[in-house]
Design a protein around this ligand. Sequence first.
Ligand SMILES: [Mn+2]
Length: 260
Amino acid sequence: MGQAQAPAAPPVLQAGAHWRCVDLLSDLHLHSDDLDTFAAWRGHLQTTTADAVFLLGDVFEAWVGDDAIDTPGFSADCAQVLREASARRPLFFLHGNRDFLVGDVLARACGFTLMADPTVLALGTQRWLLTHGDALCLSDTDYLAFRAQVRSPEWQSDFLRRPLPEREALARQMREASAMHHDAAGYASDVDAAMARQWLDTADTAIMIHGHTHRPAQHDLGEGRRRIVLSDWDARATPARLQVLRLTASGEAQRLDLPA
Ligand SMILES: [Mn+2]
């Protein structure tokens, strides 16, 4: 179970003194076959009135290396959106299980800050524990073993040495294997409540915010502790799912449904 432990004390990100609200988004699963969701994402980053934007993982359906932006294409288009967004306001990114290879090269090229998972956001009087959520899904032991493997520096340097087309093919294979595993398991795993409480207590926070499970909700974890789950995005669903969680400096969390 060692791989699922939270760090003893997660890093704390102190919000800017003037920040009145921030936007949290995750699980957009952007890919080149769904330009509607891409356009909605770009439009929100261009028009939001938030003082900072936090991307909490699985922004991309796949990310096979930062060098993908060196050639014209969808990854380069996404990088351009990130670059323009971070020119307007601070932009933060935390890895999901699909885009864990987003690296320092992309962060520097686009001007955003990579955050550790989890990170405490201190905004106004409230502390929020931000995480993607995959590391808390303890019942999915096959996935946690896979996660430990692909998060190791050895696996990543070996993978990133391969030619780009080979990496793209491997990523496709991994996604297909993951889909088959979930079909076979017959369920999608969820966040373990006891581990979520442990993470909160270790971080000295009462509220956790995560994505990954695609089951937007608010869960009571007892003793004033809560777990808020972000929605995934799909502009082509009916109704469209284009939801942002907005946190205010006064400690409120509001769900904003963007027009399709
Ligand atoms: Mn995920």
